[in-house]
Design a protein. Structure first.
Length: 240
């Protein structure tokens, strides 16, 4: 199983390098948490290649239907997230990340499930490509905010007081984009002068908001692949 084009572009090379590095952390019998997106699917491929037949001893809680399909195709047993789930390692990507391991996530619409999976893991490692590394979150991507369908327009108006220009994400056919949990998604600009910890709290306490794409202080390590196939590792400062 290979989710990448055989004619690798620099991003694909970088993604594969990070995936192969994170695969070294996976041992037979582990319980994993798997997010969603191309970096995660590349990691699943790398894990299957590294462990071979022993891949079947792994279990994983998956944050999206696409990841569950990829895991099962690789021989990993997909399980639901249950009370008391204790995952040894969570692997997920990011739309943006800083060297301090603040993340912007949710481009694929699995952000709520991803946060739930990560919360059940003892260790969370990010896999990403070098272009995802930014000096501040919001530099290259808008912030996804997952909202309830009921009262969506009222929620959108409330969010406009906190973030810039929150816009409903649409599919190519013009219908609203639906998240993995069946909610709607707004994409907004992060104000340049925003305190991200404060914005995180303000968003989560806004009526109608189910979750948002700021993942602050949750990653333990990031493996960032470079176009030349090398990998830079960043770890979180345990003091803050």
């Amino acid at each position: 199983m290979d989710h990448e084009c055989p004619n690798s572009d620099p991003d694909t090379t970088a993604r594969r390098a990070a995936a192969q590095e994170v695969a070294q952390l996976v041992e037979p019998g582990m319980a994993l948490g798997l997010g969603s997106g191309r970096a995660v699917w590349a990691a699943v491929d790398a894990i299957a290649t590294r462990l071979g037949d022993a891949t079947g001893t792994l279990t994983a809680v998956c944050a999206s239907a696409a990841t569950e399909r990829a895991a099962e195709a690789a021989g990993i047993v997909a399980l639901p997230l249950m009370a008391g789930s204790d995952l040894a390692l969570a692997i997920d990507g990011a739309d943006e990340l800083t060297t301090g391991l603040d993340l912007l996530k949710g481009g694929g619409g699995a952000l709520l499930r991803e946060r739930l999976v990560l919360s059940a893991a003892r260790r969370f490692v990010v896999v990403a490509e070098q272009p995802k590394l930014v000096s501040r979150l919001g530099e290259t991507r808008r912030l996804p905010v997952e909202i309830a369908r009921f009262g969506a327009q009222a929620t959108q108006r409330r969010l406009a007081l906190l973030v810039g220009d929150p816009q409903l994400r649409l599919e190519d056919d013009g219908n609203p984009f639906v998240t993995e949990e069946g909610h709607l998604l707004l994409d907004a600009e992060i104000p340049g002068d925003a305190s991200l910890p404060l914005l995180h709290t303000q968003l989560l306490t806004t009526p109608g908001v189910m979750d948002h794409g700021l993942f602050l202080g949750v990653a333990d390590e990031a493996l960032v692949g470079r176009p030349d196939g090398t990998v830079a590792a960043f770890t979180r400062d345990p003091l803050g």
